[in-house]
Design a protein around this ligand. Structure first.
Ligand SMILES: [Zn+2]
Length: 423
């Protein structure tokens, strides 16, 4: 038996906000009351001045398993997830080999279950080998457990294939998610096209590269009547295009990463590969646009795009190093920063980090409710901690936040009735 005492609980789905105690018996929540008297031999978790919220759901992570487990694997990825308050993650299919066959989808699910720290769900590739030419066997992949389809890391450049993919995925009750980037416009750019790229002499990557693909996908979604999800939206115009498409009744959804909500291209001034990411960090106007779009519901959810790379890869020249940064442990402090700055309230924060992403992938959102298995996170919204090689639990440490202090720390994560993380 466990009693979580004196926590400030927030669960938008159950209209719960306030100070409550929670009693957990055999992993199941059996009581939520203002005060629960402790029993003999029951564990007490003191949550005074901490927030208890449904755990988070990240629909976009790279666990690099199978094939690139020197960067991350399902075990270390799961550790980072629960330390960030997440109990569901969706792995991207750009592994080696690509997740484009049912047996590989089952491998990810089975390994995730064996690790048992959180729910590890796979997405599958849209095209075989992510080559952009031939559609995968979506029905078989869905049956094996793929929650959606994406060639992430790469766009689907061919519009005819994208249209077919949307129609096919939609017809089997799933959807495609696109890494929106017109590679011909990106033209091997490294930094967001603007002052910083010009000053540093870095090859510029214009935002139109993202915007034109977002527009194409929105138009295809309107025309086909099928859903499409926009991965890691980052530019002001892309946000405006999604707003337009939603107003047109399109089944378009979008996610934004914590780094695109928080960091600008100023991070590149040290030519550090840790600040290279795809899409690139943009300017303050873009950040503002994504923040307001998240609070107004134009952007549906936060997804980290947790993208581990080994030290030697990030030591390469900035033109050559692979883009991406780890993110699972920083989403909460970054979102809390937006709460403190009044872009969103706590309730909205829980919605964009837990409720909305759950609904998007068709799983039951975690809830703090009598009769449910304990699946929540307890965090201290005021605790300051340093991002460093020890505090990052991921196998890779690639983030421009290294050495910086963040405020807001996960203290406990419950999954499947048990404590899976304790700070
Ligand atoms: Zn991507």
């Amino acid at each position: 038996m466990v009693i979580v005492k004196n926590g400030y609980m927030i669960d938008p789905l159950n209209n719960l906000e306030g100070k409550f105690d929670i009693l957990i018996e055999n992993g199941v929540i059996t009581k939520i009351e203002e005060s629960i008297q402790p029993f003999p031999r029951c564990e007490i978790i003191d949550a005074t001045e901490k927030i208890v919220s449904p755990s988070f759901v990240d629909i976009h992570v790279h666990f690099r398993d199978p094939g690139q487990t020197y960067k991350e694997d399902i075990y270390t990825g799961s550790l980072a997830a629960v330390a960030g308050g997440y109990t569901t993650v969706v792995c991207m299919p750009n592994t080696t080999p690509t997740l484009d066959e049912a047996s590989l989808i089952r491998y990810v699910i089975e390994k995730g279950e064996k690790v048992g720290l959180c729910r590890v769900l796979p997405s599958a590739a849209i095209t075989k080998g992510r080559k952009g030419r031939e559609l995968t066997e979506m029905a078989l992949l869905k049956e094996a457990g793929a929650v959606y389809f994406t060639d992430d890391g790469l766009p689907v450049m061919d519009s005819f294939i994208m249209r077919k993919a949307m129609e096919y995925a939609g017809s089997i009750g799933s959807f495609v998610a696109d890494h929106c980037e017109d590679l011909s416009l990106s033209n091997n750019g490294v930094a967001h096209e603007g002052e910083i790229a010009a000053v540093l002499g870095l090859p510029p990557l214009p935002p139109e590269s993202e915007d034109t693909m977002v527009a194409r996908d929105c138009i295809l979604s309107i025309q086909t009547g099928m859903p499409v999800h926009i991965c890691h939206i980052s530019s002001k115009l892309s946000v405006e295009i999604v707003a337009w498409a939603k107003a047109m009744g399109a089944k378009v959804t979008a996610e934004v990463t914590p780094h695109h909500l928080y960091l600008t291209d100023d991070e590149l001034t040290e030519f550090s590969c840790n600040a290279k990411v795809s899409p690139p960090l943009r300017n303050y106007e873009d950040i503002e646009a994504t923040r307001w779009a998240l609070s107004s519901g134009i952007i549906d959810c936060v997804a980290t795009d947790h993208a581990p790379h080994a030290h030697h890869e990030k030591m390469m020249d900035i033109h050559l190093c692979p883009p991406g940064m780890v993110g699972l442990q920083f989403a909460l402090p970054i979102l809390l920063e937006l709460v403190k700055k009044d872009y969103l309230d706590l309730k909205k924060m829980v919605e964009v980090m837990s409720t909305n992403p759950s609904k998007l992938i068709g799983i039951k959102p975690p809830q703090i409710k009598v009769g449910e298995k304990a699946e929540f996170t307890i965090f201290d919204p005021f605790e300051s901690w340093e991002v460093n090689e020890e505090t990052i639990l991921s196998k890779s440490k690639n983030t421009p936040l290294l050495g910086r202090k963040l405020i807001g720390k996960v203290k406990y994560t419950f999954y499947n009735g048990k404590v899976v993380y304790r700070d």
